[in-house]
Structures are given as C-alpha cells and as structure tokens.
Design a protein. Structure first.
Length: 473
C-alpha cells in the first residue's frame, strides 16, 4: 500500500462512510503488520487502533484491570451458539415450561401485530449471554453501519445495556479512579455528573453555546494543564445531540476539533447520545463514532426516546477491548438487560427494517419539533425581557437564563411549585450543586400545548413576584 493512497483516504476521512471504512481497514493492516503509525488523518490524529495495537489498559482503572470473565457466563455464551439438540445438563437455568406465560404478542402504532413464536417465547423468558441477544446484536451492527458508516466489527463491539445510562455507568466505572480529572460540559446531564461525583473528580468544566461545547476553552484547559504538569484527563463526557439540559447539538466542525484534541491528549470520548434521532437539523449530525479512527470513542445509544423508556434498552459501541470489559462487568451485575425487551426490539427491527425505522424516527422528530416551536412561541410571548435563551436544535429541553436572578432555587422549588407548575432548577445540572444558578430547564416533551401556554404564563408571573420580593428585601 503506497503512502500516497493512504494519505488521500485519510485526508477525506470525514467525507464519506466508504472512506471511513477504508481508513479502518488501512489502520488495521498497519497494526497487523506492526507498522508504527506514521500518517495523519484530516482531524490530525495518528492512526492507531487501541484494540489491535493497544489493549486499552492505559485507560482502565484497577477494578476494570482486575475484572476476569465469569466462567459460567462464558459457558452461557457458548451454549447460546449450540443447536437446540445439544443436551444441556450444565447450566443453572430454570425450565421455561414452569413459567405462567403461554404466548406474547404486541401491536404496533402502524397496526401491525407481532406474535412471538414458541421458540422466541422461550428465548424471551430465559437468560441470555451478557453481551446481548445475538440476533439483536447483528441488527444493531447494521444500524450503526447505516447511520455512522461501516464499522470494522473485528475491532469494534456492541454491548446491549439497560438504556444509555447503564452503558455510561459501566464506562465511568471502568475508567475513573478517585480524584481523576474529567472533562464535562457545563451544564451537564445530572445523572452523568452523579456518576463521576462518586470518584470525587477534578471536574474540567467546558461552557456551551448554541453550537455545543466551546472548543477553544477545552483546548486552553488542556494546554494549561499540560504546561503546569497537572494530571491529564483520560475521559471526556459529551452529550452531543439535543443536550440535556442545554438543548444544543455540537456542530460537526467542533466535533472534528474535539476529536483531534482527544487524539492529541490521549482521551476517551464518552458519546452519550440518546437524543441522536431527535435532532431538528436538515440531516443527522456526524457522530464521534463516525470519526473514530483510533478506537477512543464509546458511543451510548438508547431506545428510550424513540421506542420506549420502559423497555430499558440501549447499546454501547466501542473498541472491542472496552466493550469486553463492560461485558465482564455486566456478567457480575444484572447479567443482561431484559430478554423480553431485547426480543421485542429485535422483532420490531426485523418487521420495519431500516427504512421503517427511519420513517418512525421522522414521525417522532416532527412531534418534538412542533412541541419545541410551540414552546418557543410561548416563551417569546411571555418571557421577553425576563429571560434569555437560544433555540434548541434537538432533544426535549429549553435552557433558560432568568435575568436579574442570581439563583433560581427559590423560584423553582417554592414560587413555581405554589402555582402548581414544575421546572428543573439550574443548580441540578452543575458540578457544584451548592452554587447559585440563574438557569432553569424547561421540558416540552410531555406537557400538552395548552399546558405549555399556561405553564409559561405562570412562570412569567412567578419570575415577576420573585424579582419584586428580592427588591423589597
Ligand atoms: C443525556 C442523557 N443520557 C442518558 C440518559 C439515560 O437514558 P436511558 O433511558 O437510555 O438510560 C438520559 C435520560 O434522560 C439523558 O438525558
């Protein structure tokens, strides 16, 4: 392979999915032939792959490094691949014939009815390998290939999780050590901060605007730490699409710059992206996974926002070595997410195919876009002069800064509640929840348009009362 050809492919790596694939194949070939990485891709990253060249051990904390396979769960994985005719005197599974369910069927919004066959019912009622239901895993690989460019599944893996949250918690618990630095957006998803907080980390907070996290700030923070010989972060947490609570989408160009920084400073990106299909853009944004030539992205997807949060299904995609450690953690925690949920999702994906799925995503997207527009109109009518905001470009949230209020704690937890209207206070999304925050998060997902109108009018009333009481104090 001539260097010129390689350079050409790499320089175009963010352009098409086909080229992404060629990069991975090239990178793999280089690793296999034990060639030291010499070329640069358009993000400026050296082409290495932590799976083949590096087993990921630099990133693992002690617990993850010590995690060994659970022998019986490993056998369960093998057993799942054997024909049904194999005589199983080995595993400690219950007999599904003793269970009270005789049949399971479900109806879709399109009117289609899906009935599980006897064989599928038996799978739905039984334990599964910890990685997930094999047929669903294959479908998910097709989905990732379609939306994020063809992946090299020899070096990447997928773990089915109980929502994106479980993938996130397993990632955090695999990498973080007490007191470690970690990059987080400000504000950030509260349950992500809670996960990190348990490690008493050194939070490196990066502010956001309408186009996502501010890259210059991240660059300066990393540069300064390096110059000052401070410990460098191994992990960066980002919630790129329809961020909770900020409502923004990280611009593709910023993502490329961030990915470049991650390569430069050897950082893993936790791409927590449950709102990916709820973006209000012309086309889906480029994911970090689609740019990942170095195996340093763990992408966390979720069915919660587009299929059902009650299914508790998500999936983590990343380097095989990372996914393997997460699988080992799964072997010792919940064993695996619900088999019934996994088979329901599988049947739905088979029934609809990618095209049907896309149609459904469009329906959901349209619904939230209309709700967003209604919310924006209500906010403009009632809150002009009282608050500042930007238009959410995805997700379910509007992030609002109240003018003249240093802290929204009393406004939300007292004045608004007295009016029977609920908002999330800004402090809940900060790394230091004790600090005052002038923000509130407004959700436009479940409230009806009438409730939105009424709720925002009540908010305006509450803000005025709050400002008045501050002046008279
Ligand atoms: C940013 C973010 N990440 C993860 C989750 C968890 O979602 P899941 O239901 O997939 O676990 C949520 C849910 O609100 C979220 O907003």
């Amino acid at each position: 392979m001539k260097t010129k050809t390689i350079k050409y492919c790499l320089a175009s790596c963010a352009v098409t999915n086909k080229l992404h694939f060629s990069i991975r194949v090239l990178s793999q070939m280089r690793c296999l032939s034990k060639t030291v990485s010499v070329v640069k891709c358009s993000t400026g990253c050296s082409v290495r792959n932590y799976v083949t060249e590096n087993d990921g051990s630099y990133f693992f904390n002690k617990m993850a490094a010590n995690r060994k396979p659970s022998e019986l769960r490993e056998i369960a994985t093998l057993v799942a691949k054997l024909p049904a005719s194999a005589i199983n005197l080995g595993v400690g599974y219950p007999d599904v014939n003793t269970f009270p369910f005789n049949g399971i069927s479900f109806e879709l919004v399109t009117g289609e009815c899906i009935k599980l066959s006897d064989k599928e019912l038996a799978v739905a009622l039984q334990y599964l390998p910890s990685l997930g239901y094999n047929l669903l895993l294959n479908k998910l690989k097709e989905i990732q290939d379609y939306f994020h460019g063809p992946q090299d599944w020899n070096t990447r893996g997928i773990l089915i999780t109980c929502g994106a949250q479980e993938g996130l918690s397993k990632s955090v618990d695999m990498f973080m050590q007490h007191g470690d630095p970690v990059i987080v957006p400000q504000p950030a998803y509260a349950q992500a901060l809670d996960l990190f907080r348990a490690y008493e980390p050194d939070f490196i907070r990066i502010s956001q605007d309408a186009n996502g996290v501010v890259v210059d700030e991240m660059q300066n923070a990393l540069k300064t730490r390096k110059l000052n010989n401070q410990p460098m972060p191994k992990v960066m947490y980002l919630n790129p699409t329809g961020s909770n609570p900020a409502g923004n989408v990280i611009a593709d160009s910023r993502k490329r710059e961030i990915y470049q920084l991650a390569c430069q400073y050897n950082i893993v990106i936790l791409e927590d992206d449950p709102y990916y299909f709820l973006n209000f853009l012309e086309k889906n944004p480029a994911s970090f996974l689609s740019m990942d030539t170095e195996g340093r992205v763990i992408r966390l997807d979720s069915f919660s926002k587009v299929m059902s949060s009650g299914l508790r299904l998500g999936f983590a995609t990343g380097s095989a070595s990372f996914i393997r450690k997460m699988e080992l953690a799964m072997q010792n925690s919940s064993l695996h997410p619900s088999s019934l949920s996994q088979i329901m999702a599988y049947k739905l994906l088979v029934q609809w195919g990618i095209e049907g799925l896309k149609l459904h995503f469009e329906r959901v997207k349209k619904y939230y876009r209309q709700k967003r527009d209604h919310m924006l109109r209500a906010v403009e009518q009632n809150l002009s002069g009282l608050a500042e905001w930007y238009e959410p470009t995805g997700g379910m949230f509007l992030w609002l800064k109240i003018k003249g209020l240093e802290d929204t704690r009393h406004l939300v937890t007292s004045t608004c509640l007295a009016k029977m209207v609920i908002f999330a206070p800004g402090f809940a999304f900060a790394t230091d929840t004790k600090k005052p925050s002038p923000y509130i998060r407004i959700s436009y997902s479940v409230a009806s348009t009438e409730e939105i109108d009424k709720g925002i009018a009540l908010l305006a009333e509450a803000i005025r009362e709050e400002l008045k009481s501050i002046k008279t104090q």
